[in-house]
Design a binder for this molecule. Structure first.
Ligand code: NDP
Length: 353
């Protein structure tokens, strides 16, 4: 992207005003959720039941633990015994970028630097999967153990939430290489959005169901638990099937598992899938992800809205992300993308959206 193109690229997330609101709202929402999950009424909407004093928010021991945690993750990331994968060609292959007419708040939020590195240490890639995502399952596990301490054994609902989310994180780590083709790595800079998102928002708000269950135990019978497992399995089947199909196709279109699928040629030389999972809706992986999100909330019962926060937030995030991706694909593929949209008219949910 040349400096002129960079200065003319459409602003995302509502421009400077939108990102200023998000800079304030995201940390505030995270604190609100954590406080609400601990309070008796566990109200998603409305003010939190109590506000902690500053002294409750500051603990040198916790800060030390956080640094030890990050240091451990850095050490593991730097271990020499690892496979090195080739990333895709990035949009900043022209490395000379100049801040023309930049807005500081906007740049701070989205990040100007696409791939900040110190030697071979890639900050964005490191933060995407390791400290926050693994931190999320560590927090979940701590909540499960605390429940066992308080009530003798973890509840069935707590087991399900822990198991489902462990599977999700395990899947992300198992398919770590596929993060190289995501929008976060290819398109978004490393600013507040990804740094706060990966390191704070993910571990603390994604573990909200387990936090809720610790303070608000929920009865869950075996038939309901089995039904929830079935919903999770369906979601995972769609999510993994769609992601693997596209990744295999992008890596090697003549792979026997994808060679028979129907495609549309594009002017870039790349092809678009129009059958298989990607012929059902334009983002089948989002559909699978949302079904799984529902399965993570259901063990918490239906008495409170709070455990469904992730499902609501994630629906909004994926609808917005889908629209951003569509814009980028339209710019990249032009007519071929329009033809794809005609042939596969629904974005995420067949016959609905
Ligand atoms: P996607 O994996 O959905 O990739 C979108 C890209 O796929 C497009 O830009 C295009 O890139 C390619 N593509 C689109 N349609 C086709 C087609 N028909 N045939 C071939 N290629 C196509 O991007 P995301 O990064 O948004 O999502 C990755 C995963 O991460 C998803 O499963 C999502 O649900 C999950 N996710 C989870 C989040 C969480 O917080 N839990 C947050 C965000 C995402 P190109 O043509 O250049 O290859």
């Amino acid at each position: 992207m040349t400096p002129r193109e960079a200065s003319q690229a459409p602003l995302e997330f509502g421009g400077p005003l939108g990102v200023t609101a998000m800079l304030l709202l995201l940390p505030a929402t995270m604190f609100h959720l954590l406080l609400a999950a601990r309070s008796g009424p566990a109200r998603l909407l409305g003010p939190p039941a109590y506000l902690p004093g500053l002294e409750e928010l500051w603990s040198p021991r916790v800060l030390l633990l956080l640094f030890i945690w990050l240091g451990l993750q850095v050490a593991l990331y730097l271990l020499p015994a690892r496979k090195v994968a080739e990333g895709l060609e990035l949009k900043d292959k022209n490395r000379l970028r100049y801040p023309i007419n930049g807005n500081h708040i906007y740049d701070f939020f989205l990040g100007r630097e696409l791939n900040p590195r110190l030697g071979s240490f890639d900050f964005k890639y490191f933060c995407e999967l390791r400290p926050g995502l693994i931190g999320w399952v560590v927090i979940n596990l701590a909540l499960l153990m605390r429940e066992a301490e308080l009530r003798g054994s973890p509840s069935l609902a707590m087991w399900l939430v822990n198991g489902f989310q462990l599977l999700y994180v395990g899947d992300a780590l198992w398919y770590e290489e596929s993060v190289l083709t995501t929008m976060d790595i290819i398109h978004d800079g490393f600013g507040f959005m990804l740094a706060f998102g990966d390191l704070a928002w993910v571990p603390f708000t994604y573990s909200l169901q387990a936090q809720f269950l610790l303070y608000h135990p929920q009865p869950l019978g075996m038939p309901m638990a089995l039904l929830i497992c079935l919903i999770k399995a369906i979601g995972y089947y769609i999510f993994r099937g769609a992601n693997s199909q596209k990744n295999t196709f992008r890596k090697n279109p003549s792979d026997p598992s994808v060679a028979g699928l129907e495609t549309i040629p594009t002017a870039t030389g790349r092809q678009l899938l129009v059958s298989g999972w990607w012929g059902m809706v334009r983002h089948p992986n989002y559909l699978g992800d949302l079904i799984m999100a529902l399965a993570w909330s259901l063990p918490c019962g239906v008495s409170h809205l709070l455990p469904y926060f992730y499902l609501l937030y994630f629906t909004a995030l994926l609808v917005h992300r889908e629209a951003r991706d569509e814009q980028q694909c339209l710019r990249k593929y032009g007519r071929a993308w329009q033809e794809y949209c005609q042939r596969v008219p629904y974005r995420i949910l067949p016959y609905v959206y």
